[in-house]
Design a protein around this ligand. Structure first.
Ligand code: HSE
Length: 431
C-alpha cells in the first residue's frame, strides 16, 4: 500500500511529540490504518536543538514555506500555534490540495469558518481534535458518538495550565507564579502563558465546542472570558469550608435565540466529578437529551497526550483519504447558523462575592441592604477574622440571581467607604 506522507510544521513541544509517536508506533499505526504512515518532512526555525528523535530520512527545513514548496506530503500538520503565520500556511497547504491536521485552537476558533470553507471547496480534510481537551477525543465524540442528541449543555475544565496552577495553590500552598513556571517547564502552557491564565485559551476551546454542539457558526468574540489571576488562597479556603473547589470553568448552553458562552473561575461542589479533576487534567461534561449526562476526562495538555489526538486525526486521513468523514463542525454546512451570544447580564446563576472591608459596625448592614435593594438573597455570609485596623475578608454566597442585578449591586458595594478593594465575584456552578 502506498504510505500516507506526513509533514510537520513546528517541532516545539507538540510537534516533537507527534514526530516521536509517528516514529515509535510505526507498526501499530500501519496496522490500524491499513497502510504505512510516514513522516517525510518537518520544519522548525531552530533545527539545532536536540529533541531526542532520530530524524534521519526526514527532510528538514528551517522555513515552513519552503517545506510547502519543496516537500511531497499528503498531510500537513500545523503545530506552530497562534494566528499567523499558521493561518497563511494552512491556507497555502489547502490550496496545494493537501489535507491539514492542526492542534491550533486559536486558529480554528478565530479563522475556522474561512479555513473550513476553503478546504470544503478544495475537497480536502481539515481535522483539529487536539485543539480541544488535549488527549481527550471530545470533538469526535460530539461529531459522531453523541450526534443523535440535542445537546443541552457543555461544561468543562479546558485549560491544563490553569487547572495545574489552581491544584498546586490549593494542595501545596505554592504561589501562583511558581506554579505557572512549573506548568511551563512541563510543556503545558502556551508560548504566551497569559493566554492560559487570562482564560483566552479555554475561550478558544469553548467557542469550538459550542459551535459543534449547537450547530452554530464559530463565535469566539461572543465568549465572556475571565482568568484566574485574582483568585487567592483566601478564596480557596473559604470555598472549601463552604463545600466547594475553585476551577476555571467553561460553560456553554443553548437558549431560545442565543448561546450562553462563558469562561471564568467558578466554585463547583466538592461532590461534583469536576471538583476531582486535578493537575493538567481536563474534563468535559456533555448533556444530551437522549443520552443524558456524559463525562470525558484526560490530560488536557502536554507533549504525549496532545500528540495522541493529532495522530488520531492523521490516522483518519490515512484510512479515508479525507473522503466520507463526518462534517468537521458536526452539522452539514447548510444547516449551521450564526447564533448571537447571550449577554452576560442575562445569565442566571449563584454567586460567591469576596469583599475586603474595614471591620466596623454597620458595614455588613450596608452591604446586605444594597443586595436587598437589588432583590438578591443570601445563602451564606462568613466573616472569620476580626482586626482593629487591617481590612478583613467577608465572603457571601447568593441564591440564584440575574448577573445584571448582581453586577449593579456589587458596583454600589464597591463604592462603600469601608470596602477597600475591588470585590471579587465568582460564579457558583452546581455541576
Ligand atoms: N496551554 C494549553 C493548556 C495547552 O494548558 O491547556 C493545551 O491546549
Amino acid at each position: 500500500m502506498n504510505p500516507l506522507r506526513v509533514a510537520i510544521l513546528g517541532l516545539g513541544t507538540i510537534g516533537t511529540g507527534v514526530a516521536r509517536l509517528l516514529l515509535e508506533h510505526k507498526e501499530l499505526l500501519a496496522a490500524r490504518a491499513g497502510r504505512p504512515v510516514k513522516l517525510v518532512a518537518a520544519a522548525d526555525r531552530d533545527l539545532s536543538r536536540d529533541r531526542g528523535l532520530d530524524l534521519s530520512g526526514v527532510q528538514l527545513f528551517d522555513d515552513a514555506e519552503k517545506l510547502l514548496r519543496e516537500a511531497e506530503a499528503d498531510v500537513v500538520v500545523e503545530l506552530i500555534g497562534g494566528y499567523e503565520p499558521a493561518r497563511s500556511l494552512v491556507l497555502a497547504a489547502i490550496a496545494q490540495g493537501r489535507h491539514v491536521v492542526t492542534a491550533n485552537k486559536a486558529l480554528i476558533a478565530k479563522h475556522g469558518e474561512e479555513i473550513l470553507a476553503v478546504a470544503a471547496k478544495k475537497g480536502v480534510a481539515v481535522l483539529f481534535e487536539a485543539a480541544v481537551g488535549g488527549g481527550i477525543p471530545i470533538l469526535k465524540a460530539l461529531r459522531e458518538g453523541l450526534a443523535a442528541n440535542r445537546i443541552t449543555s457543555v461544561i468543562g475544565i479546558l485549560n491544563g495550565t490553569c487547572n495545574f496552577i489552581l491544584t498546586r495553590m490549593e494542595e501545596t500552598g505554592e504561589d501562583f507564579a511558581s506554579a505557572l513556571r512549573e506548568a511551563q517547564a512541563r510543556g503545558y502552557a502556551e508560548a504566551d502563558p497569559s493566554l492560559d491564565v487570562d482564560g483566552v485559551d479555554a475561550a478558544h476551546k469553548l467557542a469550538i465546542l459550542a459551535a459543534m454542539a449547537f450547530g452554530a457558526r464559530l463565535n469566539f468574540a461572543g465568549v465572556h472570558t475571565e482568568g484566574i489571576a485574582r483568585v487567592t488562597p483566601i478564596d480557596m479556603e473559604h470555598a472549601r469550608e463552604l463545600g466547594y473547589r475553585i476551577k476555571l470553568l467553561a460553560v456553554a448552553r443553548p437558549h431560545k435565540q442565543a448561546i450562553e458562552m462563558r469562561v471564568h473561575p467558578a466554585l463547583v461542589p466538592l461532590s461534583s466529578p469536576l471538583a476531582e479533576v486535578r493537575d493538567s487534567y481536563n474534563a468535559v461534561m456533555v448533556v444530551g437529551d437522549f443520552v443524558e449526562k456524559t463525562m470525558f476526562y484526560g490530560r488536557g495538555a502536554g507533549e504525549r497526550p496532545t500528540a495522541s489526538a493529532v495522530v488520531a486525526d492523521i490516522l483518519d486521513i490515512a484510512r479515508t483519504n479525507g473522503a466520507g468523514l463526518a462534517p468537521p463542525m458536526g452539522f452539514v454546512e447548510s444547516e449551521r447558523r450564526a447564533i448571537p451570544d447571550l449577554p452576560m447580564a442575562d445569565v442566571e446563576t449563584e454567586y460567591y462575592i469576596r469583599l475586603m472591608v474595614r471591620d466596623k459596625p454597620g458595614v455588613i448592614a450596608a452591604v446586605t441592604g444594597i443586595l436587598g435593594d437589588h432583590r438578591i438573597s443570601l445563602e451564606a455570609l462568613v466573616q472569620k477574622e476580626r482586626h482593629a485596623t487591617r481590612a478583613v475578608p467577608v465572603v457571601m454566597l447568593t441564591h440564584t440571581t440575574r448577573e445584571g442585578n448582581l453586577q449593579a449591586a456589587v458596583a454600589r458595594i464597591a463604592h462603600l467607604p469601608d470596602v477597600v478593594e475591588e470585590p471579587l465575584i465568582l460564579r457558583v456552578e452546581r455541576v
